[in-house]
Design a protein around this ligand. Structure first.
Ligand SMILES: [Fe+2]
Length: 524
């Protein structure tokens, strides 16, 4: 393409089929102001992947978020950004221009570097005459620094139709250093005006349009609906996120190249390719996570000085098929398949190497599916959740034996997926726990999936009674706040009274703690 052809494609845009106004100067030169048919920052802003000297800042231009093409021209559009030391942007420390490209849904991922460690910064974007809201992000402490406290939130599973994002509204006010999102940021299914819960009809709190999503444009529109929620935008603006996916970013209970419907792997890979591109476009990820066809590198580590190592894991992409045809609560020989994998060889080796060499006081595994070996159906036989580590005995045992054999202590597992809160200790055999737990696990409930929820589900007392490693179970909506200090890890289970109407209130339902050097949860 010649320079003049490129120039002609850099045009001003009115949106909605309006006329192109003028040609812009050549590529790389200063470009006049684009004009948009509506506010272009309706999907909000975000920051993520903080390091000791920077973080990613993100936005996606979409003046017509739900339209095909999101109200943008098939052209590159410049976006200016600023990072400041103060909320009023009096001390701007960095500025730049990024290009929002149509190939990437007009998303912008700027990897800001050269900042000071362990302090908050503020950022915002400008496109044409339009300015975004402001976001806040904190850089990580300097490597090896003596860190006395880290405070972070854990949230995910935010089905749009099943409830409001009141939990994010409250999480945004928690003054956390970062957010770990364990996935199910979107749900891929068709719109449902009603559903049935325990045999009762429930009307959806709100609806998104459309069928189940398959194409890149479908996924883009689904993200747009979710991201237009102001409470979710507020949670992104309040702190940097480390997002990972679970299953619904692509398809329910997918693993590797397999979906639940028996779709040929080569066909499912086309869907994965679209879903993964949309995930990248809508998350504040680094270029190291740039999608490569139907795969994407998502496991990574963040260190908070000498206090905490966070290992963010991907338990979907490299996993072998669920055993026993992924039926709920059955037992079959497949559970003990020695060739089964959850993390895959490369990620598992990376994790064990990182845990073994870590000098941090606390080492967290931030991931998706439950590690505790719970009997889900009290009765004569044991029944596992086959989509969790409980359905993968061999890799589960390999990981836990690795922690024991390598004397890796003071580990914490953070989990989502279940749409319930759990706190418990992890043993090789949950039904016959040893004297000393190998590690402990906090399972965060959901932001909205499952609707209002309840303090106790009818089967909970029995489930608690037959699972000696379990300390706490609750089925309200909410998020976790983890307060980590050198001697104590505290996890607060923050729950919302209801999410079906605006204004739900937050409270701490329970707090469980770990004392450094003393395995096993204590109620705090
Ligand atoms: Fe979920």
């Amino acid at each position: 393409m010649t320079r003049s052809q490129i120039s002609r494609r850099h045009v001003l845009w009115m949106g909605g089929g309006a006329a192109l106004l003028a040609a812009l100067p050549g590529y790389g030169q200063s470009i006049p102001q684009p004009v948009f048919s509506d506010y272009p920052f309706q999907l909000g802003i975000a920051s993520g992947e903080p390091s000791a000297d920077g973080f990613v800042i993100w936005t996606r231009l979409a003046p017509q978020p739900l339209e095909q093409g999101h109200g943008m021209p098939a052209a590159v559009v410049p976006v200016q950004w600023q990072v400041a030391e103060d909320e009023s942007f009096r001390t701007v420390v960095q500025t730049g221009e990024a290009l929002a490209r149509p190939e990437l849904g007009h998303s912008v991922h700027v990897e800001v570097a050269g900042l000071q460690p362990g302090r908050p910064y503020f950022y915002r974007f400008t496109a044409g005459r339009e300015r975004s809201m402001m976001g806040r992000a904190r850089t990580l402490p300097a490597p090896g620094a003596d860190v006395q406290s880290v405070r972070f939130a854990v949230g995910g599973c935010q089905h749009y139709e099943q409830g409001l994002y009141t939990a994010w509204r409250h999480a945004a006010a928690e003054d956390v250093d970062f957010v770990f999102c364990y996935g199910d940021y979107i749900y891929e299914g068709r719109s449902q005006r009603m559903r049935t819960v325990s045999g009762w009809p429930v009307v959806s709190v709100r609806q998104h349009p459309g069928q189940e999503v398959y194409s890149l444009e479908d996924y883009r529109q689904r993200y747009a609906i979710y991201k237009m929620d102001p409470d979710l935008q507020g949670a992104h603006a309040a702190a940097a996120w480390f997002p990972v996916w679970d299953d619904h970013e692509i398809d329910n209970n997918w693993v590797s190249d397999l979906d639940q419907d028996g779709t040929p792997p080569e066909v499912f890979r086309l869907r994965k390719r679209a879903a993964m591109q949309a995930f990248y476009e809508n998350m504040p990820l680094r270029s190291t996570s740039f999608p490569n066809g139907p795969s994407m590198s998502l496991y990574r580590r963040a260190s908070f000085g000498n206090l905490l190592d966070m290992n963010f894991l991907d338990t979907r992409q490299y996993r072998t098929d669920q055993p026993c045809n992924d039926r709920w609560r059955v037992e079959c020989a497949d559970l003990s398949n020695p060739k089964a994998d959850v993390l895959g060889a490369a990620q598992e080796a990376w994790l064990m190497e990182g845990l073994t060499s870590s000098r941090a006081r606390w080492k967290a595994m931030a991931q998706q599916v439950m590690m505790m070996d719970l009997d889900r159906e009290p009765g004569e036989t044991y029944a596992a959740n086959l989509d969790s580590w409980g359905g993968y005995r061999a890799p589960r045992e390999r990981l836990l034996r690795g922690l024991t054999d390598q004397r890796i202590k003071d580990t914490v597992i953070l989990t989502g997926d279940e749409h319930q809160n759990y706190a418990g200790n992890v043993h090789l055999d949950g039904q016959n726990p040893g004297k000393i737990p190998i590690t402990s696990e906090f399972v965060a409930t959901s932001i909205s999936s499952g609707g209002d929820g309840a303090d106790m589900r009818p089967d909970m007392p029995e489930v608690v009674a037959v699972n000696p490693e379990l300390r706490f179970n609750n089925a309200q909506r909410g998020y976790l706040v983890c307060q980590v200090t050198p001697d104590l890890w505290k996890t607060h289970f923050r729950v919302i009274d209801q999410i079906s109407t605006p204004g739900g209130s937050v409270s701490t339902r329970a707090t469980y703690a770990l004392e450094h050097g003393k395995p096993g949860l204590v109620e705090a």
